[in-house]
Design a protein around this ligand. Structure first.
Ligand code: SAM
Length: 498
């Protein structure tokens, strides 16, 4: 029995050729962004072991078989009597490539005296696998390697109903693929998957995080630090992570690696306790990925230990959803209307209102229908929910002052988060202290550790630690006089606090 000739480079050429021929609409609909060879190899190397009497590999959404190929190159180079592959792929063009990949492996495996059996399932993985899971069949895989399709699952879709039957609640196909694959693994079976980072935080993925952590131990994570690098040939702009899970294993330390891109030339590796990754007291079970050091400056601080609730503060999403209230909105303030604030109304720390020639609206009618969506005119801190991909900061805080408007009420549009105290405003020093805190580099860096996308939601802001009130007040007293402070000045001030 001799080692099988590595085939991945050959399969990588097939990947490129197939990718060029894909219909762009179908490619987007099926999330056909295939894994380049370097990343595939890195993923295959993450498995603790690929030996055993019979190795059974699952590849769901297999494309032309790049991941399977990387796995087989590693597995067949070592001692292994029998390898079985179960690969699911819905797309005909991909399946042709996959069939060729499997045929090549069978040939070289046979020439080396190895037994390789491959089943290609020409069906929707969620449909086929959940049917199988329900009937208790098609399980017992020792390994799973996935780059699943990224696609939202709508609430009423067939996928959603099928997944619910096997106890899986999730909002995106990629998480569904991981959840189902995990259930198809034998005890101690290993799963390696490359995924968008979005499952690491946010309320929508909480059931998925719970599902994973109740079934498997997280052994390792890899983060591509530059968001456009993992699938650079495809122009995919999102942060990607690779996870390594072991079904039913006891959770121990987690190996975290980072690299800026798929050359892995600047790979950094460290080991962290699971409590550093998922905080024991965090009901949301956010997954923090520590980069550059054991803890963020905010986490390491003994001062920033307060929850927002302990400070008597709340943060909510701006309640005015403009397209639902269109008939009450005014381009410019009119008698009987009150200010309506969008992110565009904030320039630096303060507001600029009304905006001439603004595409959206500057005001909202005050009437019985709108009153419950409005806040009493007062002092608030707001943080934009969306920043553009290339912006330097994710968390950007500004202050709304009652004095800026001659009004009884203020409307906050849905693209803003509003800090308030029971729907009333904040004291001046607290508001400014909070804004300075949120505008610091330390907070922005801390935020990026658990949030991979550009959205800043109220839940994320509720999750963060804050300094106690006396510290906020002191910071506020300084920031009131220095609202035009440069980033470095704010950071120096915050360093003093931390
Ligand atoms: C992100 S690509 C990854 C392909 C391959 N695993 C790789 O890494 O190169 C996802 C693949 O899943 C396939 N796919 C999409 N939806 C699927 C489904 N419901 N069931 C099975 N395959 C699916 C797509 O056609 C595509 O080939």
């Amino acid at each position: 029995m001799s080692a099988v000739l590595a085939q991945l480079d050959h399969v990588d050429t097939r990947r490129r050729d197939t990718s060029r021929q894909l219909d762009p609409a179908r490619k987007a609909a099926l999330g056909q962004f295939m894994t380049p060879a370097n990343t595939a190899r890195f993923m295959a190397d993450m498995f603790t072991s690929t030996t055993g009497r019979t190795v059974r590999l699952l590849d769901a959404g297999a494309g032309v078989g790049s991941l399977t190929s990387a796995f087989l190159d590693r597995c067949l180079a070592g001692p292994c009597a029998m390898v079985e592959v179960g690969a699911w792929e819905v797309d005909h063009a991909m399946r042709e490539g996959l069939a060729s990949t499997m045929a090549d492996y069978k040939e070289v495996a046979a020439a080396a005296g190895r037994r390789l059996d491959a089943q290609v399932y020409a069906e929707d993985f969620i449909e086929g696998a959940t049917r199988g899971l329900f009937a208790g069949s098609r399980c017992g895989f020792t390994h799973a390697i996935l780059n699943p399709p990224y696609k939202k699952i709508s609430t009423s879709s067939e996928h959603r109903l099928l997944l619910r039957r096997v106890g899986i609640e999730t909002v995106n196909l990629y998480a569904a693929f991981v959840a189902v694959a995990l259930d198809m693994l034998a005890p101690n079976g290993e799963l390696v998957a490359i995924l968008p980072r979005s499952f690491c935080n946010g309320p929508y993925y909480l059931p998925f995080r719970d599902y994973v952590f109740s079934r498997a131990a997280l052994r390792a994570m890899h983060l591509f630090e530059r968001r456009n690098r993992a699938f650079k040939e495809e122009g995919v702009l999102q942060e990607n992570v690779i996870i390594h899970l072991v079904r039913g294993a006891k959770q121990s330390d987690v190996r975290v690696t980072t690299s800026s891109d798929d050359t892995f030339s600047d790979l950094v590796e460290a080991s962290y306790s699971f409590d550093t990754i998922v905080k024991p007291d965090d009901a949301q079970r956010f997954i923090h990925i520590p980069t550059g050091g054991l803890q963020s400056a905010v986490e390491a601080s003994t001062v920033a230990r307060q929850t927002l609730a302990a400070l008597g503060l709340t943060v909510s999403t701006g309640p005015v959803v403009d397209f639902r209230m269109r008939e009450h909105l005014c381009k410019m303030p009119e008698p009987g209307s009150v200010p309506l604030l969008y992110p565009a109304h904030f320039v630096g720390v303060r507001t600029s209102w009304p905006l001439q020639g603004f595409k959206k609206f500057n005001a909202i009618d005050l009437n019985d229908e709108t009153a419950r969506w409005l806040y009493p005119a007062d002092r608030y801190v707001v943080v934009r929910r969306f920043s553009s991909k290339e912006e330097r900061r994710r968390v950007v805080a500004s202050i709304v002052e009652q004095d800026d408007f001659n009004s009884t009420y203020i409307g906050f549009e849905n693209h803003l988060n509003v800090f308030h105290t029971g729907r009333r405003g904040l004291r001046e020093d607290v508001a400014y202290g909070l804004a300075a805190w949120l505008n610091s580099t330390a907070v922005d860096e801390h935020f990026r550790r658990f949030n991979g996308h550009t959205q800043v939601n109220a839940t994320d802001l509720r999750q963060m630690p804050y300094p106690p009130l006396p510290v906020l007040e002191k910071l506020g007293a300084w920031y009131i006089k220095h609202t035009a402070a440069e980033q470095q000045e704010i950071d120096r001030k915050i360093e003093g606090v931390l």
